[in-house]
Every structure is written in C-alpha cells, then in structure tokens.
Design a binder for this molecule. Structure first.
Ligand code: GUN
Ligand code: ZN
Length: 445
C-alpha cells in the first residue's frame, strides 16, 4: 500500500480504498454469465465512513480531498471471506495423519480440546486463531470452541477487541466422550445461559447453541439445547445452532443404532427443535431427499467442507442436489478436519469435489458462496459479505498473483471470469495484502 501523504490514513476518518473492487449484488447461479449479479470496478473506489461502506465508485469518480486515501491499485479488493464452520482449538491438530472421522476425534481432537480447560491456553489459543483467520482472508466465522466455558469466553473477548463479526458456541457433549470433556447437563445449561446473557447481541457477537453431533449428546442434552433456542428466540434475532450431520458412513450407522426411533440422522436434531433459519449443519454428505426437503422447509443451511471431507475420506458432497432442494450451502474450512483456514483453498477443493460428480462451480458461484451467500446462510446479509451502502467495511485486499506461475496465468487470462477462476484455484493466504475490520486495518503481512 502507498499512503497518500496529503491524505494520511486514519482509522477514524472517512477513508477511500482504491483498487480492483469486486462483490456480488445477488446469487449468480451456476451460469458463466454473471451479468447483473456481480459488480467489478477496476481501479475503483470503496468509500468507508465510521466503519461502514458508503459507496463503491468507478475509477473516474474519485472522492474529494476530504477523504483519506489508501492506494491498493493493482490489487483485488473484496468483502472478507466468511467461514460458516470452523473449530478454533483444532488449529493445534490440523493436518494429523492417518484417521477417519471417529478415530480422528479420539486420537487427536479430544486430547487437543481437553487442553482448553486451562484459561491461559484458551486465551492464547483464541488470539492465535482469530489472528490466523484474518491472515487467511477471513473476517467472520461461525466457530466451535470446546466444552469449556472459558474457551468460548476467550474467543468472545478476543473477537470483541478486534471488532469482528463472530458467532461462537460452547460445545455440548455428555455421551461417548472422554470424562474430562463430558458435560453435566444442568451445568452446561447454566454455562450457556451465562454466555448468552453476557455476549449474544453484544457489539458484533452472537451465540450458537453447539451440540457437537448426535453421537455425543443424550436426548436430554439435545432437549436442553432446543429449550435454549426457544427461550432466547426473541433476543437479537435469536440464537444460532451449529452441529455436524451425515458426514461419514460409519458415523451415520452409529447414529441409527443410538437413536433407533429417529427416521434419520437429521431427524434426531429435528425432534428437538434444532432446525431453524439460524442453524448451520456441517457436511450433510449422506442426507436423503426427505432430509434435504426438511432443511429447506426450516431454512437451515449446510456448511460444505470439501477439504475436511477429502482429508478424512468422508465422501463427496452433492451441491446440485442441495441446490435443487432449495437448501442454502456455504463453503467452510472445517479446520482441523480441513487442512487450511484459507477459503480460496476450500473453494479449490470444492471445485474438485464437484468435478468428480460432473458438477462445475464457476468462480462467480464459489466467490459468491464464500461471501454474500455465507452471509445469507448466517442471516447476516444486511451486514456482511458485500459492499452495499451501510454494510460493515470488513474488507480483504488480495494480490492477484503471488509468484511467477500465478503471474503468468493472470497475464494469459482473456476474461474476468478466467482471471478470477485462475485466482480462486491458485491463490491462497500468501496473496493476502491486508484485512480491514469495520474500516480498521487489522492485518498486514
Ligand atoms: N463430528 C463431530 N465432531 C467433529 C469435529 O470436530 N470435526 C468434524 N469434521 N466432524 C465432527
Ligand atoms: Zn466440524
């Protein structure tokens, strides 16, 4: 970035970012023609006042001299990515060898999460995680903490300091898990209530009721979770709900044994009132048509986690079927099952997962889904994921190319879609030049 010294940047002043600005006006669908759905202003201006977007302007409409300027010419300026499913403590076990889901949980994940009983570990882990999110181009997320109240508390505290839009939940588990990670239902309920009262709707923070997955919750605990959603339905738009569903075939068989009265894995959650328009369920690879219809009916969304699904050998998510059923889908890192926090890598893996099934994700669809589409899945389209006036100025500035290979590919591209598609497939966190939260510069490499 070069600073215009006549107009030094101030975090509080009215600021104009200059660069190649891209965002979505609506869902582009799956067509290669995104006319009317995408706005691209090469060498344009993003005007920010009091942390909010005021306008996007074309190159030939510069703001007057009352605006501080930050010059990102030749860079791609986009809304920060939104990660609708990620586990903060699992950064400690990202890229762990040789296991499928249930074994991976036992061998790596539960021992790592147990360490977050310690307040110091939780605090350091929360700061490390949120800084890493920004460094990977993600400015908002729906986050699993651990079962420990302190781990959620630490994430809320750190997120508040950064001014981030975050939705966080204490994991609920009272069955089929190690003793040191097991909830007492009444205590867990009390912890949730205290976290909700303290954080839900405060600044840009919200609470997600977080049963880990059906296998680790008793019916009584799931009923408690549903009760919380009901109790707080009128508070700040209602609570969120996050969990996992139909990820792995062995897991699906196990859930059928544990809950013989439920029609399906999804139905275990449905019976307890856990499916709402603020519910995000990760994976959904092995859902059936009735499940998809029920998700569409309740407005709950799927967090498509291709990196995790490949890494743990879970299976191939069929986005076309979800789309046809009217289910919202947003791409997610699912770190530490996924191997990168960078949503560009998620999208590159997603493209390949879909290609194996004869489906083709355009750059439009991928980038929409990781920004405005994800905001929509999180019921936050009024605030994040695009640059309409009044939205929060959560912005990431990217280098179009890092290194000779990306550079050459960009030079050879003949259309905007070709350019963006190559960027989506080849770029990663090394391309991040800056991240702004609410108009404030919060990360530079
Ligand atoms: N199912 C239950 N817990 C987890 C988890 O931590 N990660 C993934 N990918 N699936 C899960
Ligand atoms: Zn997960």
């Amino acid at each position: 970035m070069t600073v215009d010294h006549a107009h030094p940047p101030s975090n509080d002043a009215r600021t104009a970012l200059r660069g190649d600005i891209l965002y979505f006006l609506r869902d582009p669908g799956w067509s290669e023609d995104a006319t009317g759905a995408v706005r691209f202003e090469p060498d344009g201006w993003l005007l920010i006042d009091q942390g909010r977007v005021v306008a996007v302007r074309a190159a030939d409409e510069p703001p007057d001299s009352s605006w501080a300027r930050q010059d990102w010419r030749g860079h791609l300026v986009m809304p920060g990515f939104i990660d609708p499913h990620v586990h903060a403590p699992q950064l400690d076990v990202i890229a762990s060898y040789g296991a499928a889901l249930l074994d991976w949980l036992e061998r790596y994940t539960f021992p790592a999460e147990a360490r977050y009983a310690d307040a110091g570990q939780s605090r350091l882990g929360a700061e490390r995680f949120l800084n890493a999110l920004l460094a990977h181009g993600t400015t908002s997320a729906l986050v699993f903490a651990t079962v420990h109240k302190i781990s959620s508390e630490a994430l809320f505290e750190a997120g508040r300091q950064l001014g981030m839009r975050l939705i966080i939940g204490k994991v609920l588990m009272d069955s089929n898990c190690p003793a040191d990670l097991r909830d007492d239902i009444a205590q867990a309920e009390q912890d949730c209530i205290e976290l909700i009262e303290r954080w839900h709707g405060v600044d840009r923070l919200a609470y997600a009721v977080t049963p880990r997955f059906a296998a680790t919750s008793s019916d009584a605990q799931l009923a408690m979770a549903g009760g919380l959603l009901q109790r707080y339905a009128g508070r700040a738009g209602g609570l969120y709900m996050q969990t996992h569903v139909a990820e792995n075939r062995d897991e699906v068989r196990w859930i059928a044994e544990l809950f013989p009265d439920s029609r399906s894995y999804l139905d275990v959650y449905d019976r307890h009132g856990l499916l709402t328009r603020r519910s995000v369920l990760a994976h959904g690879i092995w859902l059936d048509d009735a499940d998809r219809a029920r998700m569409a009916q309740t407005g709950s969304s799927i967090a498509f986690s291709p990196s995790s699904n490949l890494f743990l050998g879970s299976g191939l998510f069929d986005w076309a079927k979800a789309e046809a059923a009217g289910v919202g889908v947003a791409p997610a890192s699912d770190v530490g099952g996924g191997t990168s926090l960078c949503q560009l890598r998620t999208l590159a893996d997603g493209y390949k997962v879909l290609a194996l099934q004869g489906q083709r994700m355009t750059a439009w669809q991928g980038l929409y889904a990781a920004t405005r589409g994800a905001a929509r899945a999180l019921d936050l389209e009024h605030e994040i994921g695009h640059f309409a006036p009044g939205t929060a100025a959560d912005v990431v500035v990217w280098r179009w190319a890092e290194g000779a290979v990306q550079q050459r590919r960009q030079e050879m591209a003949r259309s905007l879609h070709e350019r963006l598609f190559a960027w989506m497939m080849l770029a990663d966190e090394r391309n991040v030049a800056a991240a702004y939260i609410g108009g404030r510069l919060r990360y530079r490499p």
